[in-house]
Design a protein around this ligand. Structure first.
Ligand SMILES: [Zn+2]
Length: 179
């Protein structure tokens, strides 16, 4: 469900100005712009006069630097990045994505191109690294809890979810010598 936040009184963000300016340029009713932005019509009119906007003739040289996107969860249309939305679903998705990004960075450190900095031999098979990244996604989405991969002739990789909810990546060398 969407969380309705009345943004009246809060400072105007760049993407909100972009919505406002676009709305005025296209002659959209103030009420509609206010609804899109979750602000009061008074707040919209105030901001518009501050920016010297007039209906249907907003500054032509203004180019919004941000694309206007829509949150795929709640449908709010005033976002520069759908992951910026404040609704619970979007925040959850952003949290999961952050977990995935962090764990993939750990894989890069321990198994990928940066492994040598830690004294490990990098794994050159991109398929193997892709598999580890896929495991991370599955763990982040709570499809699996952990996975251990025995990488042929090299090492063991363990990827698991900690009690605190972050994704731990471990590497164990399994080199054996037989003379
Ligand atoms: Zn949303």
């Amino acid at each position: 469900m969407s969380e309705i936040i009345n943004r009246t009184g809060q400072p105007w963000a760049e993407h909100e100005d972009a919505v406002l300016i676009k709305g005025y340029k296209n002659g959209k009713p103030v009420l509609l712009i206010a609804e899109t932005l979750n602000r009061s019509p008074g707040s919209v009119r105030g901001r518009a006069s501050l920016l010297n906007l007039k209906k249907g003739q907003a500054a032509d040289d203004y180019e919004p630097s941000l694309e206007i996107a829509t949150c795929s969860h709640c449908g709010q249309a005033n976002l520069s990045d759908p992951l910026d939305c404040n609704c619970p679903e979007a925040r959850r998705e952003a949290r999961i994505q952050a977990q995935i990004d962090k764990a993939r960075e750990r894989i890069k450190q321990l198994f990928g191109e940066n492994a040598a900095e830690r004294g490990f031999a990098p794994i050159h098979s991109t398929d193997t690294l892709d598999l580890m990244n896929d495991v991370v996604t599955l763990i982040a989405n709570h499809a699996i809890k952990n996975a251990t991969l025995q990488i042929t002739g090299r090492c063991k990789a363990k990827i698991s979810l900690t009690a605190k909810g972050s994704i731990k990546v471990g590497r164990t060398e399994t080199t054996t010598y037989q003379l």
